[in-house]
Write a protein that binds this ligand. Structure first.
Ligand SMILES: [Fe+2]
Length: 175
């Protein structure tokens, strides 16, 4: 890099912009990969993702929130303990800050439903009281995410969400 030129960097920038659609496609293939993960839940992780996003959409959430709901557990493809942060960082350049936080801290909110069984504090969400994104994170956890393990729920298929994913990942808003 120390011998690179402005001209070379202009080429890199131009070709990176042209290749941007691959980001949305890659994200969609990651969601498909979630179908290989069940880990003892009553539905696999792709079904959980579809149900979470469908519930968000049916409650009138906007497109960034719906796409973030679809992707909130995609980090489990890599590692379960830190999966919220992995997913949040994938989303970060493409969504507003409150949506990033909704995903990044979702496990603190979900803990209300099971942390007591693991010897952990089920009230971890309380450390976030007062944050401007608290209400959204609470709605996500209580009304969409924790309910999305129902084998009988009529979730939309992944194809329904594809155009939304491609639109959200079409342009980075920030680094
Ligand atoms: Fe989840």
């Amino acid at each position: 890099m120390d011998v690179s030129t402005r001209e070379q960097w202009m080429t890199i920038v131009e070709e990176t912009i042209v290749a941007q659609p691959r980001v949305g496609q890659q994200v969609l293939s990651m969601v498909k990969g979630l179908s290989d993960i069940t880990d003892g839940f009553s539905v696999d992780q792709m079904q959980h993702a579809l149900q979470t996003a469908t519930r968000a959409e049916r409650d009138g959430a906007d497109e960034e929130v719906i796409v973030a709901s679809l992707l909130h557990d995609v980090g489990k493809l890599i590692s379960v303990p830190n999966h919220p942060k992995i997913a949040a960082e994938i989303l970060k350049p493409y969504v507003r800050h409150e949506v990033y936080c909704m995903v990044s801290y979702h496990q603190d909110f979900q803990g209300r439903y099971y942390y007591e069984y693991l010897g952990m504090d089920p009230n971890l969400r309380e450390q976030h009281v007062g944050e401007p994104w608290y209400q959204l994170a609470e709605q996500f956890a209580d009304h969409w995410d924790q309910k999305a393990f129902d084998p009988t729920y009529d979730a939309e298929p992944l194809e329904h969400f594809e155009p939304m994913v491609l639109r959200v990942f079409a342009n980075a808003k920030s680094l």
